[in-house]
Design a protein around this ligand. Structure first.
Ligand code: COD
Ligand code: ATP
Length: 195
């Protein structure tokens, strides 16, 4: 299953809840973070944007975000560098889930740009997590991400994500409520796949 949602909607919180419910999970944001520890990736971003994006040889993601969201072609360059590498990790994760005995309840991949990247066809079902705009904006602001407006403008709106997804979960209560709603989604997905 593919899981998505806007900035600060609660994707990571939902992914953790799904893991508690017995799913195996992968966060593509976490994969991206790991990829920056790869020397090849680090050297390529330094070649493009200069040593200030990796002070002391360690990639500073805030600095990368500022450089990447400064212009569409910079963002595109970064996405073209990272997405194939992320894709390879997703394929390996799904293969491992398929080979597991006993099989997990579900294999869930969190992908913020699931629909924007045209990846939805790769999943049997998709779920969009949304939250009331004011809650989401406050949570996103508390994260202190660089280039929040630029990230948001590269994404579909919450309404569009919800309309495209097989399942839509509103994260407007506490974490226990979110988990209950996700349990219902898991039950529906499992029933639909005949598992
Ligand atoms: C720009 C980077 C360095 C910022 O790192 P940072 O630690 O500040 O943020 P993090 O990676 O945790 O992402 C937080 C959120 O930002 C948003 N975001 C990330 N990349 C993008 C993007 N290319 N376009 C729009 N929004 C994005 C997502 O909503 C994501 O959940 C990093 O996100 C990155 O390398 N992005 C490019 C790769 C990508 O497209 N990742 C998305 C998943 S494959
Ligand atoms: N139902 C909830 N109740 C209380 N706090 C929540 C709830 N859902 C999420 N949060 C909090 O809101 C913040 C953002 O949630 P989370 O990290 O899950 O969102 P995200 O969509 O993955 O964000 P990002 O786009 O920044 O990666 C976190 O600090 C999280 O603990």
């Amino acid at each position: 299953m593919g899981l998505t949602g806007g900035l600060g909607a609660g994707k990571s919180t939902a992914l953790a809840a799904l893991q508690r419910l017995g799913a195996v999970t992968l966060s593509t944001d976490a994969v991206v973070h790991e990829l920056y520890a790869d020397d090849e990736v680090r050297d390529l971003v330094v070649q493009r944007w200069g040593p200030e994006v990796a002070p002391d040889g360690v990639v500073d993601r805030q600095a990368v975000a500022r450089a990447a969201f400064a212009a569409p072609e910079e963002r595109q360059w970064l996405e073209q560098l990272l997405w194939p590498r992320v894709g390879a990790r997703v394929v390996a994760f799904r293969q491992a889930a398929q080979d597991a005995d006993p099989p997990p309840v579900a294999a869930v991949v969190e992908t913020p740009l699931l629909f924007e990247a045209g990846m939805e066809g790769a999943y049997d079902a998709t779920v969009a997590i949304t939250a009331p705009e004011e809650v989401r904006a406050a949570r996103a602001a508390a994260r202190g991400h660089a280039a929040v407006d630029e990230r948001a403008s590269r994404q579909l709106t919450q309404e569009e994500k919800a309309a495209r997804a097989t399942h839509h979960v509103v994260n407007d209560g506490d974490v226990a409520q979110l988990e209950d709603r996700l349990a219902a989604v898991l039950a529906a997905v499992t029933a639909a796949s005949g598992a």
